[in-house]
Design a protein around this ligand. Structure first.
Ligand SMILES: [Zn+2]
Length: 136
């Protein structure tokens, strides 16, 4: 996985979806593509955000064959990180999910939930509003 700044146009993977969900005509915007090198906004999430994201993330799109590990956890573990990766104790994911807003779709890695829960990542306000207002 690669770092993308929040709310930039999505270019990572070709937009196809073997499960038939989440495909739309609008160009999606990136949210939550964090890495260990770029600072990201932190703060308390709005009420209900984690529950809303958990529900939205059940629709997995753009599944990849490999895992992406949380680069922030890897960085913080230092020299113990490779053992932790081998033992499967570092947060990892292999897909994305989408959130529909007002005339826009946001493309987020499944790891966004971990970033909010474990690293206090605060997604852009418009993304939070869309997630809280979304129905699946
Ligand atoms: Zn982490």
């Amino acid at each position: 996985m690669t770092y993308f700044a929040d709310l930039t146009p999505y270019t990572y993977l070709e937009r196809h979806d073997e499960y038939g969900h989440g495909v739309s005509d609008e160009p999606p915007l990136n949210v939550g593509w964090l890495d260990a090198a770029h600072p990201f906004p932190t703060g308390a999430p709005p009420d209900g955000l984690m529950a809303a994201l958990t529900a939205l993330a059940t629709v997995r799109v753009r599944q990849t064959r490999g895992y992406h590990y949380c680069e922030i956890c890897v960085r913080d573990m230092g020299e113990d990180a490779m053992d932790a990766v081998r033992q499967g104790v570092i947060a990892r994911e292999s897909a994305e999910f989408e959130v529909r807003g007002d005339g826009v779709v946001y493309a987020a890695p499944q790891l966004l939930l971990h970033y909010v829960a474990a690293h206090e990542y605060l997604p852009p306000a418009e993304f939070c509003t869309a997630a809280l207002g979304a129905t699946i």
